[in-house]
Design a protein around this ligand. Structure first.
Ligand code: GUN
Length: 290
């Protein structure tokens, strides 16, 4: 079993981007983060993204709003950042509070500044296999892990657990593209899938992005499967200083001995999401400079 070190791969990408940004004369790329409320996971993710941006030399701007912000107030901030030519990328941290229409907020972002790739235009470009757009960072990060680790998806049966736009649906589209890093046969499973185990046991590559702690158990995986665990779940653990521990969607101790390669949680897909966000921000900067 090979343990895939997403932290190291992400750190390689960060180094590559740092060199690229250092070579830019004049104003450096800039990313604006919008966070609503104080969800602890969101606070932590945005802090991490901020830190990585600073490390690379990308200028981060952070705008935080109270939980009860209205859709109009949120739109007004997005409009302002869309107009501001010194801002290259805009990210609205998900999830937003229930009273807000999250997809409408994503669609308010200028598609050329949509470094998360959640705008309807960028989602459409993925469907059309148009590489000029922005691809959502977690799915792009998984493709990048496979590329850099020499894991070919060509002709493989890729089984994806979860159908979210942020991960499952978009990754499925990428994996089946007519592309040397893709060309997979894809099955998408979700909460209503019947005979789940029969399907997951057929997987050459299993991507778990369903948000259920340790849901994928040993009996669901055949020997030799590549297992990509996208889940980041906080589980109460009084023995930890923070009072919780992070676990993935995969029961690691059971599945790892069966897998030919597996991503851990933490230190697997998570850091790749941030690295790909920074890559998208540099892409946005170049697009807007031309
Ligand atoms: N919440 C969980 N993942 C993501 C992501 O990739 N981008 C944003 N904006 N919010 C998220």
């Amino acid at each position: 079993m090979k343990l895939i070190d997403g932290k190291r791969i992400a750190s390689d990408i960060v180094d590559e981007l740092t060199r690229e940004v250092a070579a830019i004369d004049g104003a450096k790329p800039c990313i604006a983060f919008i966070r609503v409320g104080e969800d602890p996971a969101s606070v932590s993710y945005v802090r991490g993204k901020n830190r990585t941006a600073e490390k690379i030399g990308i200028r981060p701007l952070l705008f935080t709003f109270d939980e009860d912000i209205s859709q109009e107030e949120l739109f007004a901030k997005v409009d302002e950042l869309n107009q501001d030519s010194s801002v290259n990328g805009i990210l609205i941290q998900s999830p937003l509070p229930k009273h807000l229409d999250e997809q409408a907020a994503f669609n308010r972002i200028d598609p050329n500044k949509d470094v998360d790739g959640f705008h309807v235009v960028n989602a459409g470009r993925v469907v059309q296999e148009d590489a000029t757009g922005f691809v959502s960072c977690t799915p792009a990060g998984i493709i990048e892990i496979c590329r850099r680790e020499g894991i070919s998806l060509e002709g493989k049966h890729v089984v994806v657990l979860g159908r979210s736009l942020i991960v499952g649906k978009t990754f499925s589209l990428l994996a089946m593209q007519k592309h040397p890093n893709a060309n997979a046969t894809v099955t998408i499973c979700h909460s209503r899938t019947k005979n789940l185990v029969d399907i997951t046991r057929q997987a050459d590559v299993l991507v778990a992005a369903i948000g259920k702690p340790e849901m994928v158990t040993g009996d669901m995986v055949k020997e030799g499967t590549v297992v990509i665990d996208v889940g980041i779940n906080r589980i109460d653990d009084s023995s930890k200083k923070k009072g919780y521990k992070l676990v993935g969607d995969v029961k690691f101790d059971e599945v790892a001995p069966l897998a030919s390669a597996i991503t851990p949680v933490p230190g697997g897909v998570g850091p790749m999401t941030v690295a790909m966000l920074m890559k998208n921000t540099l892409k946005a900067y170049k697009l807007q400079s031309n």
